[in-house]
Design a protein around this ligand. Structure first.
Ligand code: HEM
Length: 481
C-alpha cells in the first residue's frame, strides 16, 4: 500500500500541469490520457469527436503516459508556431520507438547537424533529378503509360487499383533513389510495399504509444511493437542490397541517382559531415517511406471523389480535352490553363487530409503560444485537420467543393489555409515532387479514362488511420475514353 501511495504521489507531483501550461482533460495517474484516444481515428479523437479544442481552446495538452503533448489547432496558431517561431519547433521529439528504429540516423526523425546536412543534400538532389536538367517529368509520364496499360487490361471490369497505384508511384521514388523501376507484380517489391502499409499502421497504434511511454518495460515484452522493428529492418536490408549493387558498378563521373550522389558525398569525406553508408540506408528508407505511400494514397482518394461526383469528373475531362486535347501528354506548363482541374486536385488533397496530425515536433526552448508557456522538451502535434476543415477558413468545410480554390471568374486562387504539407522548417521535403506527380498523374488519368463504381455499389468514404489516412479497399471500373 505504501509503495502504491508513494508511486501515485510521485506521479502526481511530477506530472502536475503548471498554471501557465495549456489546459486539457484530466489525466489519470501513471497512464495519463493514453486510453482516452481512439487510435483507429486519432485525428478525430483530437478534434471533432471529443471537441477538445472547443472545450480547452486552440492550444491544449494531453499526457500520454509520462509524456506531455501539446496539440495546436487552427491556422493562426499553427502559423505562429511553425513559421513565426519556427526555430523553436524545428526539432522532432526523442520518441523511443523511432530512435530504436532509426538508431540516430536518417532525416525525418533526426535533429541538429545530421538533419540539416541530410535535408539540404536530399533537397538539392531532388531538385537536380526532379526539376533540374534531369527532370523527372518524362519518368512520371512513362510510368503513367505502364500504369494505364495495367488499368486497360481490366477492360472496364471492377478491380482494386491499390497495388497498381502503389507500384506506379513508388517507381517514381525508385527511379530517383535506385535509378530503376520495378515491374508491376514483382514479388519482392510487392512484399516491400505491404511492409510499408503494415509498419505505418503499427506506428500509429496503441502499441507504439505504450512503447514510447514505457520504453524500458515494452522493450522486454513481446507484441506488435516488436513486429514494427522487424518490418523496418527488412526494408533496410532490401535497401542495403541496392546500395551494394550501386557500389559494384558505380562511376563517380556519372551519378545516375540519389544513391550514386550520396556515394560521391561519402567519398569526398569532409571532416564534419554525417555522410556514411548506414546513414545512406536510413535516408533512402526515409525518402521511400515519406514519398510513396503519401502520393499513392492521395490518388486513391482522387478515384473515389471522381466516382462520387461524376459531374465534377466530366467538367475536369472537358477542360483537359479543350486545353491538352486527347493525343498529347499533359505537362506542368498546362497547369495555368487548367484552373478547374487544379482546383479539383487541391480539393482532393484538402478533403483526403492524408497526414492529419502532421509529424510531431518538440520545443527546443520555452515558448509562448496562445497565451500559455510551453517549456523546452514538450512534444507538439500540429493538428492539420483543424486547419483543413476549419469553418472559419472554408465556405463548406465538410463538402467536396472545388470552388474553395476558384474566384468568381473561375481563376485558380491559392488559399493560405491549404497546408497538407505542413509549414515551416520541417515542411514536407517532397512537396514539389508530390505536386508534380499528382498533377501529371491525375490529368493523364482523366484524359484517358472515365471512372465509375461497379453497378449497384456506392463509394465508401471511410478511412483507415496509420499516420496517414487511407481509404478502405474498394473496386472501381475504368473505361477507356
Ligand atoms: C514530411 C505531407 C509527399 C518527403 C512531411 C510532413 C507532412 C508531409 C505533413 C510533416 C511536416 C512537418 O513535420 O511539419 C506530405 C504529403 C505528400 C507528401 C501530403 C503527398 C501528397 C512526399 C514525397 C516525399 C516526401 C513525394 C519524397 C521525396 C518528406 C520528408 C519529410 C516529409 C523527407 C520529413 C521532412 C523533415 O523532417 O525535414 N510530408 N508529403 N513527402 N515529407 Fe512529405
Amino acid at each position: 500500500l505504501f509503495t502504491a501511495v508513494f508511486i501515485l504521489t510521485a506521479d502526481y507531483i511530477k506530472n502536475r500541469r503548471p498554471g501557465s501550461f495549456p489546459p486539457g482533460p484530466r489525466a489519470f495517474p501513471i497512464v495519463g490520457n493514453l486510453f482516452t484516444v481512439d487510435y483507429n481515428r486519432t485525428h478525430e479523437s483530437l478534434t471533432q469527436v471529443t471537441d477538445l479544442a472547443e472545450r480547452y481552446g486552440d492550444v491544449y495538452s494531453l499526457r500520454m503516459g509520462q509524456t506531455w503533448i501539446v496539440v495546436l489547432n487552427r491556422f493562426d496558431v499553427l502559423k505562429e508556431a511553425l513559421v513565426d517561431q519556427g526555430d523553436v519547433l524545428a526539432d522532432r521529439p526523442n520518441l523511443p520507438l523511432l530512435q530504436d528504429i532509426s538508431q540516430g540516423l536518417g532525416l525525418i526523425f533526426l535533429n541538429g547537424k545530421i538533419w540539416k546536412q541530410q535535408r539540404r543534400f536530399a533537397l538539392s538532389t531532388l531538385k537536380h533529378f526532379g526539376f533540374g536538367k534531369k527532370s523527372l517529368k518524362p519518368v512520371i509520364l512513362e510510368e503513367f503509360s505502364y500504369c494505364a496499360k495495367e488499368f486497360k487490361s481490366h477492360k472496364g471490369k471492377p478491380f482494386d487499383p491499390h497495388l497498381i497505384l502503389n507500384n506506379a508511384v513508388s517507381n517514381i521514388i525508385c527511379s530517383l533513389v535506385f535509378g530503376h523501376r520495378f515491374e508491376y507484380g514483382d514479388e519482392k517489391f510487392m512484399e516491400l510495399m505491404s511492409w510499408f502499409g503494415k509498419g505505418l499502421e503499427l506506428e500509429a497504434s496503441i502499441w507504439a504509444q505504450l512503447y514510447n511511454s514505457f520504453p524500458l518495460l515494452m522493450r522486454r515484452l513481446p507484441g506488435p511493437h516488436q513486429t514494427v522493428q522487424h518490418i523496418w529492418n527488412s526494408v533496410k536490408d532490401f535497401i542495403r542490397v541496392e546500395v551494394k549493387e550501386h557500389k559494384h558498378n558505380w562511376d563517380p563521373s556519372d551519378n545516375r541517382d540519389y544513391i550514386d550522389c550520396y556515394l560521391s558525398e561519402i567519398q569526398m569525406g569532409q571532416a564534419d559531415d554525417t555522410f556514411d553508408e548506414e546513414n545512406l540506408v536510413v535516408c533512402v528508407f526515409d525518402l521511400f517511406l515519406a514519398g510513396s505511400e503519401t502520393t499513392s494514397t492521395t490518388l486513391r482518394w482522387a478515384f473515389l471523389y471522381m466516382v462520387k461526383y461524376p459531374e465534377i469528373q466530366a467538367k475536369v475531362q472537358a477542360e483537359i480535352d479543350k486545353v491538352v486535347g486527347t493525343s498529347r501528354q499533359p505537362s506542368m506548363e498546362d497547369r495555368a490553363d487548367l484552373p478547374y482541374t487544379d482546383a479539383v486536385i487541391h480539393e482532393i488533397q484538402r478533403m483526403s487530409n492524408i497526414v492529419p496530425l502532421s509529424l510531431p515536433h518538440v520545443t527546443t526552448r520555452d515558448i509562448r503560444l496562445g497565451g500559455y508557456t510551453i517549456p523546452k522538451g514538450v512534444t507538439i502535434i500540429p493538428n492539420l485537420t483543424s486547419v483543413l476543415f476549419d469553418k472559419n477558413e472554408w465556405e463548406t468545410p465538410d463538402a467536396f467543393n472545388p470552388g474553395h480554390f476558384l474566384n468568381p471568374e473561375g481563376k485558380f486562387v491559392k488559399r493560405a489555409a491549404f497546408i497538407p504539407f505542413s509549414a515551416g522548417k520541417r515542411v514536407c521535403l517532397g512537396e514539389n515532387l508530390a505536386r508534380m506527380e499528382l498533377f501529371l498523374f491525375f490529368t493523364s488519368l482523366m484524359q484517358h479514362f472515365t471512372f465509375s463504381m461497379p453497378a449497384g455499389v456506392k463509394p465508401v468514404m471511410d478511412f483507415r488511420f496509420g499516420i496517414t489516412l487511407s481509404p478502405l479497399p474498394y473496386e472501381v471500373c475504368l473505361t477507356s475514353r
